[in-house]
Design a protein around this ligand. Structure first.
Ligand code: ZN
Length: 131
């Protein structure tokens, strides 16, 4: 039997991701139940609206996290887990330990964050020029 040395150090992340996926599905399901319960109560409309708003916002956050976790599990299946989706270089184990569902290496993540800032800044500059 040959030794499988390639990617053995990554296999632990699959468990972490599967646990995270199960946890998020559970959290999202429980929060659904709470929202339904609360709407049955005679709650102050404004308070209800703001609580619902908060709940929706955290559902949004957890749903997009769940999407990222699922995408990472898909990358596990097709063998691309641990590689940056932009430049194909290996994502550092340190980064994966902190964010197992990270899809970009730190360089590409920084670049994409800066791109977003830059486009916002040039948008603001354009507004100034036209204002
Ligand atoms: Zn990269």
């Amino acid at each position: 039997m040959g030794m499988k040395l390639v990617h053995t150090d990554l296999s632990g992340f699959q468990d972490v991701l599967e646990h995270k996926q199960a946890e998020l599905i559970q959290v999202l399901r429980v929060r659904d139940d709470i929202t339904i319960e609360k709407s049955a109560d005679q709650m102050d409309e404004i308070q209800y609206a703001s609580e619902r708003d908060l709940a929706i916002r955290s559902v949004d956050r957890d749903s997009s996290l769940l999407r990222e976790v699922r995408a990472a599990l898909r990358r596990f299946r097709d063998g691309s887990f641990g590689s940056c989706i932009e430049c194909d270089s290996a994502i550092s184990p340190k980064r994966l330990a902190a964010i197992p569902w990270a899809s970009r290496c730190i360089k590409c993540q920084d670049a994409s964050d800066q791109d977003r800032h830059a486009s916002l800044e040039s948008f603001a500059e354009n507004l100034e020029n036209y204002g």
